[in-house]
Design a protein around this ligand. Structure first.
Ligand code: PMP
Length: 406
């Protein structure tokens, strides 16, 4: 493959040109939300300027164009994930996607005595919906613990998968530790026991080539804004038999075939789960984002981010008093760290004055923080548009900030 000119790729992202507090911005918060290339911004702009109309409701030209753009985005995303387009429900993001599984698949099925298994590293979006369902149904939640490196203890996980377990929720990639979980193996073990699997792909889809069909899960959730797409976009992939057996989550226009006061006939999936006017422009942007990621190449993106991760890990490891959380066997480009004697928010505030954007806090993962015995961490997360020079500047800024904090 021809070598990629990463400086040119970076130049596709207008926001990365700006300064913060008079310093060049060093954006290390892509796991929170990614920056957007001009191709995505232009696609949204073009939609509103030239094609704006509602989907599937009007026979006029603009209506047909809007519908084609929206359905085109669904097809692009399906190709990107290697799934069927008619098994892809478009929604506002992972949070919505997992809640859809919770309310529509799990709520009618689970009973007292049933169990849901989650892992210690789940984001609140893959914990709280299950707690709500457990409370409503009388099911219980079991937690698979991690080892010191931040890998799931697979033997312990499999030991939890007893006959009471109906559902297993696992992050593909941890947003705090960067751990890449062996979801294919995990789903095989679950399937063998008749357990339905929900994979939170929020942090995987932006960073590696995905073959969701090959994972062997039942549900896979993604969020568009981390994939250089617009906020308020995402999707749930589900096996057709699940979608067909699931009652609607939200009722309204678009999700029906025929409505009378005597009763309503629902539309087929995936439209059955897309009540109301969707974020059409957002999905046009997400379609452009998927095109963009594909044009750079997911294998190249993964390789690039691996280099950035290795560089950042080495740079931070060489700073006195800095401790990195998570040394998983396979890691995405996320580095969570704590600094002796310094609070994460103070570090992040002072780093911001140097132009460096990192996230600080608990990263929507309170149970994980507790297991590692920390109140909060700073998290530097990288994308292919970051540079090695930025990592050096970040490390130098961290040394300076540490000195300031005594
Ligand atoms: N799961 C993980 C692992 C995440 O990192 C995030 C985003 N921080 C979410 C779920 C939730 O995604 P969203 O807020 O886009 O719904």
């Amino acid at each position: 493959a021809a070598a990629i000119d990463w400086a040119r790729v970076r130049a596709d992202f207008p926001l990365l040109q700006r300064t913060v507090h008079g310093k060049p911005l060093i954006y290390l918060d892509s796991a929170n939300t990614a920056q957007k290339p001009a191709a995505v911004i232009d696609a949204v702009d073009d939609f509103y300027r030239l094609h704006n109309a509602n989907v599937s409701r009007a026979v006029h030209t603009l209506g047909a164009e809007a519908t084609e753009s929206y359905e085109g985005a669904r097809r692009k995303l399906a190709t990107f994930l290697n799934v069927r387009a008619d098994e892809l429900v478009l929604c506002s993001g992972t949070t919505f996607a997992i809640n859809l599984v919770a309310y529509s698949w799990a709520l009618p099925r689970l009973k007292p005595g049933d169990a849901i298994v989650l892992t210690r590293m789940e984001h609140h979006a893959n914990i709280v919906p299950w707690q709500i369902i457990a409370e409503r149904t009388g099911a219980v939640i079991r937690v698979a613990e991690l080892d010191d490196r931040g890998d799931i203890d697979l033997d312990a996980l499999y030991a939890l998968l007893t006959p009471e377990v109906k559902l297993l929720g696992v992050a593909h990639v941890s947003n705090v530790l960067g751990t890449v979980n062996p979801v294919r193996d995990i789903c095989r073990e679950a399937r063998r026991r008749g357990i339905v699997t929900v994979i939170d792909g929020s942090q995987a889809a932006p960073h590696r080539a995905l073959d969701v069909a090959a994972i062997g899960c039942d549900f896979y959730a993604i969020t568009g804004h981390k994939m250089v797409g617009p906020t308020g976009t995402g999707a749930l992939w589900a096996r057709r038999e699940h979608l067909q057996s699931m009652p609607p989550f939200l009722g309204g226009g678009e999700m029906i075939r025929e409505v009378s006061f005597a009763g309503t006939v629902y539309n087929d999936p995936p439209h059955r789960f897309e009540a109301g006017t969707p974020n059409i422009a957002g999905f046009v942007g997400l379609g452009a984002a998927v095109d963009y990621l594909s044009s750079v190449g997911m294998a190249a993106i993964e390789a690039r981010e691996k280099e950035l991760l290795a560089h950042a890990t080495e740079a931070l490891s060489s700073i006195d008093g800095v401790r990195i959380l998570g040394r998983a066997r396979e890691k995405a480009a996320v580095v969570s760290f704590v600094v002796d004697g310094a609070h994460a928010h103070d570090l992040a505030t002072l780093l911001d004055l140097e132009g460096v954007a990192v996230r600080s806090g608990q990263h929507c993962a309170h149970p994980l923080m507790r297991a590692f015995g920390v109140a909060a961490t700073c998290r530097a997360s990288f994308a292919f548009y970051n540079t090695h020079a930025e990592i050096d500047t970040f490390a130098a800024a961290l040394v300076k900030v540490r000195r300031l904090l005594g």
